[in-house]
Design a protein around this ligand. Structure first.
Ligand code: CP
Length: 289
């Protein structure tokens, strides 16, 4: 069993996964007693996803291998497939992969005999991030149906946005998108942040993904924040119970100001904490009991 995207996840399946993650948060124990080995193969930089998958594996009593792309035979031209197949032949029980190419996994799934957990493919999918976002939302509101969210920023380059928009709509949430012209994507309805901020339950900011841009951002940091970012002035307009989310890492004082990152409405570090439990649930699902 692989977890590549959430395309086939309906509301029941999502809630089942979140129940498993919540159970780990509430103290459920599973211990593979060192008999299972997970390889974390990150071909793109990562802090949260990489090391929370690692932490999740360790908490489940797995052993883990952490691939260092910059110091590997990729430097000699080795392909993605040959690298991943090598780890399978080492005897690992599952691979966690992040890669810059959208749907990189299509070249692997038929040829591997171990589960793949997708830790992010280009601008395509980030299923474990979406699940931890959904867990955070469910903990807060106890439901998805009828909730309103605005996802703000670099939608075009964001696998988090792409995965979340799709799954949140399927769960009955009303999803608004907002952000600068240069990061807009066809197929989504955009709205000014100031026109919607007082009506939504969740404001989800996105990182400006400079590494995926061909041109430098036209706006200065100050202009970006003034027009499209979150700051204390906008936070004051939010509904009383509304929360702030961001997948992180964040560009401080661009999409979110310093004083807002850890404000009372922010759930950003709670998202990080939930990431470990969601990834425990995913690893447990693919390895079995
Ligand atoms: N949210 C997220 O994917 O962060 P990392 O790039 O640090 O893994």
């Amino acid at each position: 069993m692989d977890v590549l995207n959430l395309d086939d996840y309906d509301a029941d399946k999502i809630n089942e996964m979140l129940d498993k993650a919540q159970a780990f948060k509430d103290g459920k124990q599973v211990n593979y007693e060192g008999k299972k080995i997970i390889a974390n193969l990150f071909f793109e930089p990562s802090t949260r996803t990489h090391y929370s998958f690692d932490m999740a594996g360790l908490k489940l009593g797995c052993k883990t291998q952490n691939f260092n792309a910059g110091d590997s035979s990729l430097k000699k031209g080795e392909s993605l497939y040959d690298t991943v197949k090598t780890f399978e032949m080492f005897g690992v029980d599952a691979v966690v992969i992040r890669h810059k190419e959208n749907e990189y996994y299509k070249q692997l799934v038929e040829k591997l005999n171990i589960p793949i957990l997708n830790a992010g493919d280009g601008t395509g999918n980030h299923p474990s991030q979406s699940l931890l976002d959904l867990l955070t939302i469910r903990q807060e509101f106890g439901r998805f149906e009828g909730l309103k969210i605005v996802i703000v920023g670099d939608i075009k380059h964001s696998r988090v946005a792409h995965t979340n928009i799709q799954i949140m709509k399927r769960l009955g949430m009303k999803v608004y998108t907002s952000g600068p012209e240069e990061y807009k994507e066809e197929g989504y309805d955009y709205i000014s942040l100031d026109d919607i901020i007082d009506k939504v339950d969740i404001v989800m900011l996105l990182r400006v993904q400079h590494e995926r841009h061909t041109d430098q951002m036209e706006l200065t940091k100050e202009e970006y924040n003034k027009n499209y970012g979150l700051n204390e002035k906008r936070v004051k307009k939010m509904k009383k119970e509304a929360i702030i989310m961001h997948p992180a890492p964040f560009n401080r004082n661009v999409e979110i100001t310093d004083d807002v990152v850890e404000c009372e409405k922010s759930r950003i570090f709670k998202q990080v904490e939930n990431g470990v439990f969601v990834r425990m649930a995913l690893i447990n699902m693919v390895l079995g009991e």
